[in-house]
Ligand binder design. Structure first.
Ligand SMILES: Cc1cc2nc3c(=O)[nH]c(=O)nc-3n(C[C@H](O)[C@H](O)[C@H](O)COP(=O)(O)OP(=O)(O)OC[C@H]3O[C@@H](n4cnc5c(N)ncnc54)[C@H](O)[C@@H]3O)c2cc1C
Length: 387
């Protein structure tokens, strides 16, 4: 599917597609079946410099914007892969870049750009508080030149394939802060030191081949210099990063959406039932056309969010709406693709059931559609606060 104007990112897309041809559907299918990590694929992306896209050139990266990062994520999904294996590095990077000290940036960014270190994990969600993040119970208590971490996290992804994690913890009890969003801080946790020394990891087998875990902290000690930015303002830093995360996930959903539309459009032209291609029936055409329209519309909002983000302008509204529209559109496309492949849609070798599971996640994580609707109702439309 092509838009009418020349694509300013065509060279990037061509380079990414060339890399992705070395990792065809069969590769991703096999990794999924084995519940393995696409190590070779992520290595190839890293070696080609794509995982360092957002790192400024002075730290060894290519200094690109969120717009270009979003094209990378879109192309991975559009080529049949799943950016979920590696997208964490893109938005976690932003947190370190915007709020980290010069010495933290010098310590970590060049090594990440070279591929010697991975920063793929961010620990926010907790089992007892869910989306109500300000009530997190994990605490970080300063003891001299260290912080002691205690508590629990859930659904923390890519821990086993990352060297570093950004962790959100309470540094001042909720009862002692003026506003509930205050008193939380973010830290860089070096997973190579932490695992087995106060931090325990329990993998959570799940519907998608998405490496995610429960984490338990029992007096985990981390150096005080691993605090990012000012103590007590971590929640604001996390929120800053969420706009990037939502926009990138929107781009991934758009990549999925085009993958489903291309796949089903090809199939319904070829599959003959009742003596004619099934794609000749309007009952088949319309859901496919509708999903395509929704993907194109979501894409416009994605570009708008990218443009505002890269211009350092507020983009919470657009990032949330892009994520909402794109996740919905890719899900509609997934349903049409599965439906019109009939029984074959359920066969693993067609890759539809795998992509179907993968794209379904984005209605729930990293933020549920309900919470986006609530954000727009309250913060954009000024409706009364409901929680
Ligand atoms: C595969 C996977 C990977 C993940 N990776 C990470 C990660 O790396 N790091 C991390 O920190 N987290 C991660 N998460 C967690 C994810 O961000 C949360 O699952 C998500 O934010 C929803 O939180 P919850 O599961 O606690 O749902 P809850 O907060 O319990 O909400 C459940 C449902 O209730 C509804 N709901 C809740 N509150 C309201 C309301 N006020 N109004 C209307 N509806 C409401 C929503 O539909 C929501 O889906 C991951 C999750 C999954 C499944």
């Amino acid at each position: 599917m092509q838009t009418s104007r020349p694509d300013p990112h065509q060279d990037m897309r061509d380079a990414l597609r060339a890399l992705c041809t070395d990792f065809p559907d069969a590769y991703h299918r096999d990794v999924d079946a084995r519940r393995a990590y696409p190590e070779a694929f992520v290595d190839a992306l890293t070696k080609a410099g794509w995982m360092a896209a957002l790192i400024p050139q002075e730290y060894g990266g290519s200094g690109l914007g969120l717009t270009e990062a979003s094209v990378i994520m879109e192309e991975i999904n559009r080529c049949g892969g799943n950016s979920g294996a590696c997208h964490g590095q893109m938005y976690n990077m932003g947190t370190l870049l915007r709020h980290g000290s010069e010495s933290q940036k010098k310590q970590y960014l060049p090594a990440i750009a070279r591929g010697d270190l991975r920063l793929q994990s961010m620990g926010v969600t907790e089992p007892t508080t869910g989306t109500d993040t300000t009530r997190i119970k994990t605490t970080a208590v300063r003891k001299g030149d260290r912080y002691l971490i205690n508590g629990q996290k859930v659904w923390i992804s890519r821990i086993q394939h990352s060297d570093l994690m950004i962790l959100l913890a309470r540094t001042t009890p909720l009862a002692e802060v003026r506003r509930k969003s205050e008193g939380m801080s973010i830290f860089i946790v070096d997973l190579r030191d932490a695992v087995g020394n106060g931090m325990t990891v329990r993998p959570i087998p799940n519907m998608v081949n998405h490496e995610t875990n429960e984490l338990f902290f029992e007096n985990l000690e981390i150096p005080a210099e691993n605090l990012i930015g000012e103590e007590g303002t971590g929640f604001r830093y996390i929120l800053d990063g969420l706009n990037a995360e939502r926009t990138l996930i929107a781009a991934e959903c758009i990549g999925d959406g085009y993958w489903f539309i291309d796949k089903v459009s090809r199939y319904v032209k070829e599959r003959v039932v009742f003596g004619r291609p099934i794609g000749q029936n309007q009952g088949v055409q319309f859901p496919i056309a509708e999903a395509y329209i929704e993907i194109e519309a979501a894409n416009l909002m994605r570009w708008k969010a990218c443009e505002l983000f890269d211009a350092h302008l507020p983009c919470g509204e657009q990032a949330n709406m892009a994520k909402y529209l794109a996740a919905k559109a890719s899900w509609e496309a997934a349903n049409a693709c599965l439906q019109f492949h009939g029984g074959f849609g359920f066969a693993c070798e067609y890759d539809i059931e795998r992509k179907f599971r993968e794209t379904r996640l984005y209605q729930v994580a990293p933020i549920s559609t309900n919470l986006i609707l609530s954000y727009v109702a309250e913060h954009v439309l000024g409706l009364p606060r409901s929680f």
